[in-house]
Design a protein around this ligand. Structure first.
Ligand code: ADP
Ligand code: MG
Length: 238
């Protein structure tokens, strides 16, 4: 059964249409990567799925339920952003528990969920530190931890590694792959990085100018790109 479906989804800002009819079926537990040039609408699509941006036309369904008008906090989704601003005056533990406190989850339950996320991300030794006492990679792990504690069914990542240096990116890429294995959730992941896309994805979605050019498994896209654009993006020798 597909977990998340987009049906004829469109988005306009004023008279400017930026998403021009997107149909997509995402299977439960799949790691789906959106790639495409800057400005093609990757973030807008994620933000509509998260509920941070209204859908102009078409439908979003999650688990068979229409989500267009459902509050972001009730969609079973957590998003990790490119700029992962942590609250500087809160410890790692407080940063990770904040969304739950906000949702009035009982204290002992928050502690349990934070501890579980910290274990998964190897953040246990850092729980009492403040963000300024962390490295870039550690901060990004805390940002991911903040999403994990909410125990979402779907994770959305918007270029989460693009602010990290090359070495750390490789390390975090491995961490994210491990995370997907361990959590067994659906992940939709936006990146510019072709290597990230090829190594992380079960399915790659290639976007251009608000439409999907091709959807497929990494090697299928590589071996059989639908057109020159996809070939260029995936790096096929064509
Ligand atoms: P990507 O993430 O692929 O780089 P975006 O989804 O951020 O692309 O943007 C797609 C298009 O929508 C761009 O032309 C961008 O300028 C426009 N856009 C995004 N957000 C807004 C907004 N809030 N208001 C007006 N235009 C926007
Ligand atoms: Mg973007």
């Amino acid at each position: 059964m597909s977990n998340l479906q987009l049906r004829g989804v469109r988005k306009s800002f004023g008279s400017h249409e930026v998403i021009k009819g997107v149909d997509l079926d995402i299977e439960s537990k799949q790691f789906v990567v959106f790639v495409g040039p800057s400005g093609c609408g990757k973030s807008t699509l994620l933000r509509m799925i998260a509920g941070l941006e209204a859908i102009t036309a078409g439908d979003l369904e999650i688990g068979g339920q229409r989500m267009n008008d459902v509050d972001p906090s009730r969609r079973g989704i957590a998003m990790v952003f490119q700029s992962y601003a942590l609250y500087p005056h809160m410890t790692v533990r407080e940063n990770m528990g904040f969304a739950l406190r906000f949702a009035r989850v009982p204290k002992d339950q928050i502690a349990k969920q934070v501890d579980a996320a910290a274990r998964i991300l190897a953040l246990e030794p850092l729980l009492d530190r403040y963000p300024k006492q962390l490295s870039g990679g550690q901060r990004q792990r805390v940002a991911i931890g903040r999403a994990i504690v909410r125990q979402p069914e779907v994770f959305l990542f918007d270029e989460p590694l693009s602010n990290l240096d090359a070495e750390l990116r490789v390390h975090m890429r491995i961490e994210i792959a491990r995370l997907h294995k361990e959590l067994q959730t659906t992940i939709i992941y936006v990146t510019h990085d072709q290597v990230e896309a090829m190594t992380l994805a079960d399915v790659i979605v290639v976007l251009r100018d608000g439409v999907i050019e091709q959807v497929g498994r990494p090697l299928d896209l590589y071996d059989d790109p639908a057109n020159q654009f996809v070939a260029g993006f995936i790096g096929s020798p064509k």
